[in-house]
Design a protein around this ligand. Structure first.
Ligand SMILES: [Zn+2]
Length: 129
């Protein structure tokens, strides 16, 4: 019964839990993206309508659209990170740092289920930005 099975770096129940977290995060990001996109569409509409005569309003609308597109870009990035993390669960490399190949701490994955780097590599990468 106790045959040596190929175990992923993280125990099965944990993986299933992480996958659930990733699904929830993906849904939340999608919801956020949807509301942001419809909002920025409204802003775009408002700035192109002749009713907006005050140049300040127009400038403000453009500013808002800029803020939104940054936030949207960040969400899209996170969405793809979540997708990658799901793929890594599938191929058994989840929980392994893509930079140094070392394990990513469980506590880190609990907070950031889509993390693809260990804390050391992540802080090093952020310093380069
Ligand atoms: Zn690392």
């Amino acid at each position: 019964m106790n045959t040596a099975t190929h175990l992923p770096p993280i125990q099965e129940p944990t993986l299933r839990h992480q996958l659930e977290l990733l699904h929830q995060r993906r849904d939340a990001i999608r919801d956020e993206l949807m509301s942001m996109l419809s909002e920025s569409e409204r802003i775009a509409d408002a700035s192109s309508t002749p009713q907006v005569r005050d140049w300040k309003d127009t400038a403000f609308a453009h500013q808002l659209a800029g803020v939104h597109s940054t936030a949207v870009a960040q969400l899209r990035e996170e969405l793809s990170a979540v997708g990658e993390a799901m793929a890594r669960i599938g191929d058994g490399s989840y929980g392994t740092c893509r930079q140094c190949g070392g394990p990513i701490a469980d506590e880190r994955l609990a907070v950031q289920p889509a993390a693809s780097r260990c804390l050391d590599c992540q802080s090093r990468a952020e310093q380069h930005v």
